[in-house]
Design a binder for this molecule. Structure first.
Ligand code: BG6
Length: 469
């Protein structure tokens, strides 16, 4: 079912696991002032209640963690580079050598085990200085700073990293502008004009560094990363189907530009009807023609859309939709829909015929560890195994449908701090980290039941999934 060279692995982001928020010359990032996550308000300066300042201390424990990933048989490990470790303010000429050395060590450690690093250049961690001084991606200046940062890391790591992603969940700029794009102006005061102009800057930057990556690292593969949440019509009414189409256009828009290199007609209409005028600088049209090698996406849930008045809104990560009355939900209200993953893979592939990479999928759940009698902890996370198995079976179905899938990295392969709520108790990992929402805990690591399950899945290249049904 799964191809021979399928890239099995797991994913994290620097800001959710590294901690060491001021160590070795790192500057502040927007995450250091978001103690309550994407859903909460920002603070002026870092506060002790912000769990990300310590994270899971990956900065000091990465060797142990990467060894555990290797033990599971990971072929790929997705992480991000914290921009503010390399350029503490974001607009400097000279990079911070200690920051660069840290990622040398991470990638060397991965390579030691034959694991490909998959690197997100910007994962919700814009340097705070760029947010406060330039208002993040509303400013065109960010394109130059990002390009300089990308060039620096491409030149440094070009022989260690083959797979790159430009912006994590780039479409989230429309929904969570501070976290996604370092836009300091509160959401309520931003117009659609502001948001789409910021999106344009990111899209141009993404295309620019795609070009750069191809020039500096001819063997590298560079992809876009989309927050995918397939939308179903709430009823069979044609109006609901049109509502679905319009909802999906706002997400496809980002992938369409990355793959096709031009603004789609449906967006031109949307802009015209709302009097939105995107400022293109000279050369932007040509820059956008530098298209990606593959399309990657996160997938957690689906939702519904309706043309009529609906009062109930579901809770999503950063997107919100109407809950599907036929689907169960996680403890955080995210709807569980494994078949939506097969559907998403088919939709992307039908549209683009580009290789696809599922770079996030998983279940945020409360684990209840029991002592194992030897001073350790035992975590029987059958719910997580069920979730992942059901989703992977649907990936297998999509592969049977003819979809080209490069790989699959589960989100939060080791427990880490949640992006939307900044909780530690919303756990995704195969590896339990002893750290609690109140900041207590030893930070020790323990293998969960799912650790052994995933190891089996990888070693049988997915065959064990079928045996289990
Ligand atoms: C994705 C983000 O949206 O969802 C991750 O790329 C995030 O950074 C993940 O952690 C899961 O969301 P949450 O809010 O449960 O951490």
């Amino acid at each position: 079912m799964f191809p021979e060279n399928f890239l099995w692995g797991g994913a994290v982001a620097a800001n959710q696991c590294e901690g060491a928020f001021l160590e070795d010359g790192k500057g502040l990032s927007i995450q250091d002032v978001l103690p309550a996550g994407a859903m909460g308000d920002r603070t002026d300066r870092p506060t002790d209640d912000n769990l990300k300042l310590v994270g899971i201390d990956f900065y000091h424990r990465y060797k142990e963690d990467i060894r555990l990933f290797a033990e599971m048989g990971f072929k790929v490990f997705r992480t991000s580079i914290a921009w503010s470790r390399i350029f503490p303010r974001g607009d400097e000429e000279q990079p911070n050598e200690s920051g660069l050395r840290f990622y040398d060590d991470i990638f060397d450690e991965c390579r030691k085990y034959g694991m490909e690093p998959l690197v997100t250049i910007s994962h919700y961690e814009t340097p705070l200085y760029l947010a406060e001084t330039y208002n993040g991606w509303t400013s065109r200046d960010l394109i130059g700073f990002y390009e300089h940062y990308a060039r620096t890391i491409f030149e440094r790591y070009g022989d260690k990293v083959k797979y790159w992603l430009t912006f994590n969940e780039i479409n989230s700029v429309l929904h969570s502008p501070f976290m996604s794009a370092g836009i300091n102006t509160p959401m309520g005061q931003l117009t659609e004009q502001d948001l789409f102009q910021a999106a344009h800057h990111e899209l141009v930057a993404s295309a620019l560094v795609t070009k750069l990556a191809h020039e500096i690292m001819p063997d590298a593969k560079i992809g876009c990363m989309i927050l995918s949440m397939p939308t179903y019509p709430l009823t069979p009414s044609p109006d609901d189907v049109i509502a679905v189409m319009e909802t999906e256009h706002k997400n496809y828009f980002f992938a369409d530009i990355h793959v096709r290199g031009i603004y789609p007609g449906y967006m031109k209409r949307y802009f015209k009807e709302r009097n939105i005028q995107i400022q293109f600088a000279e050369g932007d049209v040509d820059i956008l023609k530098n298209t990606v090698d593959f399309v990657s996406f996160s997938y957690y849930m689906s939702s519904c859309a309706s043309a009529g008045k609906v009062h109930q809104k579901g809770s999503g990560n950063l997107l919100e939709g109407i809950p599907n009355p036929l689907l169960p939900t996680s403890e955080w209200g995210w709807q569980i829909d494994p078949k939506g993953l097969r559907y998403t893979l088919n939709m992307f592939y039908d549209r683009y015929q580009k290789p696809l990479f599922i770079v996030e999928n998983g279940l945020g759940a409360i684990d209840r560890p029991a002592t194992d009698g030897n001073g350790g902890m035992r975590i029987e996370d059958d719910y997580r195994i069920d979730y992942l198995r059901e989703h992977l079976l649907q990936v297998g179905e999509a592969i049977e449908d003819g979809v080209e899938v490069m790989g699959y990295t589960t989100w939060g392969c080791i427990d880490l701090v949640s992006a939307s709520t900044a909780q530690m108790s919303k756990r995704y990992g195969f590896i339990y980290v002893d750290r609690n929402d109140d900041g207590t805990g030893t930070l020790e690591r323990y293998k969960k039941k799912s650790f052994y399950w995933y190891k089996d899945v990888i070693s049988t290249n997915g065959e064990s999934l079928i045996g289990a049904i």
